[in-house]
Design a protein around this ligand. Structure first.
Ligand code: DP6
Length: 313
């Protein structure tokens, strides 16, 4: 079996997924809506080996990270075969910039070709979901809808969107999203309200896309992020991922919007703030946000392609 190499791009959710219907199968409690980004991606190569290995950014991985990859491989490979998985993340790892999304989408794409599974794109998204819920969406390009069964699909639309990603800190997130999700759903009194309102948000977001209504989609985007973080803060113990700098950027983004620059922020399981805007405004957003001190980096991303294999059998 020849090595297979796959690439998948990170995605940012406009309507978030936070909570699982089934922990063992990693089935989300709700659907979600996202944008696949062309600026952040993972490249993964899979080869046969005498034992399972996972190398990430040149460093051999053990315990949790290796075990997640082994569990994923075990879903699809013939018994008795072992693999070496070598990944390079062009996304800061475990910092809330969706590295698990691009990581498991690339791995799903690679194993599909390596083991000649010949899965449809939809089945590939379902396979990626076993690794990480958000990975299901990175199988597809642009604007993507994931259903609560873990299958995703591309949503046709005519909005020309970009995402301005403002990095507000370095290093690993304070708590991984899987553990935080579990604490939230078990202890937050807001969790049921989050779930029931989520259905309304997703429905309204789909309508906004059909009618090309960027303002409506943006308002839902901000609301979804803030409600997800309110749910986290209401957990016991209360959790939060933002930093003072994240809050400063969110306030500044609102101020700029009130002054006429249209764009809406979101933030995930990490301190980074992402501003969703129409592409015609993305460089103005970058220039304006760069004026805030202490930002690590600002990247303007256009929408990216779905996962694909570069080479292989
Ligand atoms: C805040 O997909 O990382 O980014 O399925 O446990 O791997 P697991 O979780 P993950 O969670 C994504 C959380 C989020 C929101 C979103 O992307 O929808």
């Amino acid at each position: 079996m020849k090595p297979v190499n796959a690439i998948a791009y990170a995605n940012i959710a406009l309507v978030k997924y936070w909570g699982k219907a089934c922990v063992n199968k990693n089935i989300p409690q709700t659907g979600s809506l996202s944008l696949t980004l062309n600026a952040f991606y993972t490249k993964t190569t899979i080869t046969l080996s005498s034992k399972d290995r996972f190398v990430l950014n040149g460093i051999e991985q053990y315990s949790d990270r290796l075990n997640k990859v082994i569990s994923f491989l075990s879903l699809v490979r013939p018994k008795g075969l072992f693999c070496e998985v070598v990944s390079e993340n062009f996304v800061p790892t475990e910092s809330g910039l969706a590295s698990s999304a691009s990581g498991f989408a690339a791995l799903a794409c690679a194993v599909d070709k390596f083991f000649k599974l010949k899965l449809s794109r939809q089945s590939l998204s379902k396979l990626a979901c076993f690794g990480s819920g958000s990975a299901s969406r990175s199988i597809f390009p642009g604007l993507v809808l994931m259903n609560s069964d873990g299958y995703s699909r591309k949503i046709i639309n005519t909005l020309d969107l970009s995402v301005v990603v403002v990095e507000c800190g370095i290093g690993k997130k304070v708590i991984n999203s899987r553990s935080a999700m579990s604490i939230t759903s078990l202890t937050s009194p807001y969790h049921n309200a989050w779930i029931s309102n989520h259905f309304i948000d997703l429905k309204s977001a789909k309508q906004a896309i059909v009618t090309n209504d960027f303002d409506k989609l943006g308002k839902i985007t901000e609301r979804s992020a803030l409600r997800m973080h309110a749910n986290l803060m209401a957990a016991d113990p209360g959790l939060w991922y933002f930093k003072p700098l994240s809050l400063k950027i969110m306030s500044h983004a609102r101020k700029l919007r009130n002054e006429g620059l249209v764009g809406y922020f979101t933030l995930d399981a990490g301190p980074h703030v992402k501003v969703i805007c129409e592409s015609k405004n993305s460089n103005i957003w970058k220039v304006e946000l760069e004026k805030i001190p202490d930002i690590i980096q600002i990247t303007v991303s256009k929408l990216g392609p779905g996962a694909y294999c570069e080479y292989g059998n």
